[in-house]
Design a protein around this ligand. Structure first.
Ligand SMILES: Nc1nc2c(ncn2[C@@H]2O[C@H](COP(=O)(O)OP(=O)(O)O)[C@@H](O)[C@H]2O)c(=O)[nH]1
Ligand SMILES: Nc1ncnc2c1ncn2[C@@H]1O[C@H](COP(=O)(O)OP(=O)(O)O)[C@@H](O)[C@H]1O
Length: 203
């Protein structure tokens, strides 16, 4: 039996570079993981594909999914719902895959309550002015949304202390290396290795 995969939660303020770093993690083959595609009520951005970037949903369907217990976690973020469908995450972990969730802090804390053995990583910007530069440069948000995201960012950065690791995204390649080191270390944590032995000894 393959041992259960590692759940990796990556959070960080809007615009810090979570999507960019995730893409670089995939391209660098730093480690193998499956990405958990979230559900959201926000409108697709140009180039975003339903089922790949997000499952785009309306409010009624999202609320029905919550009601039916289909979400591992969910949160409201700047006027929209975002959440993680439970079943695909459970299935991928059971199959022994590491699973990456890219979610905001309130959702991450719900996951922490349910799956405390996960690796909780907070990606930080080098400083707040660089964060604003990145959101503006990305060019996907109106000025009022940028303001709301910056206000949110300041609250979120204070939540960093609830995470296991903080990684500064100054250079993307360096952030990738640091995350790879974290994941390598998580794989050899005594509590994970001993679980494998327990299974063997039980047989
Ligand atoms: N709680 C929760 N947050 C999510 C989920 N998916 C995305 N988010 C977060 O929602 C916030 C807004 O996401 P988005 O509108 O795509 O903006 P972006 O992260 O700046 O590209 C970000 O902090 C995401 O990490 C999810 O399934 N659950
Ligand atoms: N280390 C970095 N240095 C400079 N720009 C970056 C870096 N990481 C990401 N960016 C840029 O910042 C913007 C926001 O990145 P994105 O990955 O969309 O952030 P998030 O997913 O956290 O909202 C994009 O234009 C991206 O190219």
């Amino acid at each position: 039996m393959p041992s259960k995969g590692l759940l990796i939660v990556l959070s960080g303020p809007s615009g810090v570079g979570k999507g960019t770093v995730r893409q670089a993690l995939v391209e660098s083959h730093a480690f193998d993981f499956k990405y958990s595609v979230s559900m959201t009520t926000r409108n697709p951005r140009e180039g975003e594909v339903d089922g790949i970037d997000y499952y785009f949903s309306d409010k009624a369907s999202f609320e029905a999914a919550i009601e039916n217990g289909e979400m591992l976690e969910y949160a409201q973020y700047v006027d929209n719902y975002y959440g993680t469908p439970l079943k695909p995450v459970n299935d991928m972990l059971e199959q022994g895959h590491d699973v990456l969730l890219e979610i905001e802090v309130k959702g991450a804390m719900q996951v922490r309550d349910k799956i405390p053995e996960g690796a909780f990583i907070f990606l930080t910007p080098p400083d707040l002015s660089e964060l604003k530069n990145r959101i503006v440069k990305r060019g996907t948000d109106d000025l009022d949304v940028i303001q709301k995201r910056m206000t949110k960012a300041k609250e979120e950065i204070l939540m960093m202390e609830s995470y296991d690791y903080a990684v500064v995204n100054d250079e993307v390649d360096l952030a990738v290396q640091k995350i790879k080191s974290i994941i390598d270390a998580e794989h050899v944590r005594v509590d994970r290795v001993i679980d494998d032995y327990r299974q063997m000894l039980d047989k």
